[in-house]
Design a protein around this ligand. Structure first.
Ligand SMILES: [Zn+2]
Length: 422
């Protein structure tokens, strides 16, 4: 059933300044959180932790803090279920946001300005401070409504997702405190959808960052020296960028493929050379590749080896990053978690679009330890503006997202004991 109201001042005006005056208190809280400068390269994580401490007090729930690396704290608010032996539900969000180019923004990126249409501008409105507040507000409403659920629900707030998660989720999933959470199913961030549907992500592409070293005969710039680094470099670039064209064509000519279904290749760095008239002894080129879970990684690397051997003698390569975990979360109706998630959304008249996440999120670390995770940020009718200038979210879309979690959390936390559970 759909809740028919949001709270005391549902339907409040769209153009208030946030100091009362009819603005929904959940929106006011969201705007307050947006003003915390948890922005890289020096996120104010202390401010976020003070805010979360206050949230835990308001919710009357305990909050645990685990310092996974110096200055990097994971905070967990826990609502214990009536049968805590069952596997728990994880609602994960990261507290950090990416930097801004302020001169390209309409408004200050940390003022959380709301325009006359109810669009709230700020870094993190989509990625992913909205989801953090939606989790908190959904729990607040469920709790104040006297609800209890069988399974324990953990709200987890992690640092450093935007810089790769190494000092955040990647380290925390190996921590005994993570294991102690006894997680059965996780929700984490997704992306906005400009249409009516909501996008859900059940897997991610593997990022491979590679540098190819092309050695060659050095010499004077006035001669036709044989076997130069530049000739090899050109063949390497041709092989990678020809493949890039093929994948781009595949994406653009298929109705059913999304960015997460194809391999992207981008040449991101070139190094080499000392002077105009000196043929260098080496030239290097680097590529950022993102490989979908459907690609055989072994065969793909063999292809790279062939490109190298065909380009000339002595070419070597080195990976700066090479992820090989291709686990995806089951989205078959036979899976109790997915069935519960999808039928709850269906009951709310939401249509879901299943996709592979084109970039990387903390979900990959959760999946890598064998747990199912769905990437989902309830934002439809919203342009995808994460990491972009003028990132915004409309307050009505934001408020609707709270209602979505008000239905999802009870449904997931009441999934009956599965085989092997207490
Ligand atoms: Zn994010």
């Amino acid at each position: 059933m759909l809740p028919d109201k949001d709270g005391p001042s549902a339907g409040g005006g769209g153009c208030q300044d946030g100091l009362g005056g009819g603005e929904h208190p959940s929106v006011t809280l969201f705007r307050e959180y947006l003003r915390l400068r948890t922005v890289h390269p020096e996120p104010d994580y202390d401010a976020a932790l003070r805010f979360l401490d206050r949230m835990a007090q308001e919710l009357e729930l305990p909050m645990k803090k685990v310092e996974v690396c110096p200055g990097r704290v994971v905070a967990i608010i826990t609502w214990t279920g009536t049968n805590p032996a069952l596997k728990s539900i994880l609602l994960n969000s990261h507290t950090d946001v990416v930097p801004v180019f302020q001169e390209s923004w309409k408004y200050d990126a940390f003022s959380a300005v709301k325009d006359s249409e109810g669009n709230i501008y700020g870094r993190g409105t989509q990625d992913m401070k909205s989801v953090t507040i939606q989790y908190i507000e959904a729990i607040r409403r469920l709790k104040s409504g006297g609800r209890r659920f069988a399974r324990t629900v953990h709200l987890m707030f992690v640092p450093d997702e935007e810089v790769g998660g190494h000092k955040g989720m990647e380290t925390f999933v190996k921590h005994p405190e993570f294991k102690a959470l006894n997680i059965g199913f996780a929700l984490d961030e997704g992306l906005a959808n400009p249409g009516e549907s909501f996008t859900v992500f059940y897997g991610e592409r593997c990022p491979w960052w590679i540098t190819i070293r092309c050695p060659g005969s050095p010499g004077h710039g006035s001669r036709f020296v044989e076997n130069t680094a530049a000739e090899k470099l050109r063949r390497i670039i041709d092989s990678f960028l020809d493949f890039r064209e093929k994948e781009k064509h595949r994406l653009n000519t298929s109705e059913c493929l999304t960015l997460g279904d194809v391999t992207t290749v981008n040449m991101t760095m070139v190094k080499g050379g000392v002077a105009y008239n000196v043929i260098p002894a080496e030239m290097d080129v680097s590529f950022d590749m993102r490989i979908p879970p459907t690609v055989n990684l072994k065969a793909f690397e063999e292809q790279i080896q062939r490109w190298c051997s065909q380009a000339g003698e002595g070419i070597t390569y080195q990976f700066a990053q090479k992820h090989d975990n291709q686990d995806v979360t089951c989205t078959e109706d036979s899976d109790p978690w997915w069935r519960t998630f999808s039928t709850t959304c269906k009951a709310l008249n939401m249509s879901l679009q299943k996709e592979i996440f084109p970039a990387a999120t903390d979900s990959r670390f959760i999946r890598a330890v064998g747990l199912p995770a769905i990437g989902f940020s309830p934002m439809n009718r919203t342009p995808i503006l994460l990491h972009d200038h003028n990132e915004f979210l409309n307050e009505q879309v934001f408020l609707r997202g709270i209602q979505v979690y008000q239905e999802l959390v009870p449904a997931l936390a009441n999934v009956p004991a599965l085989p092997g559970e207490a």
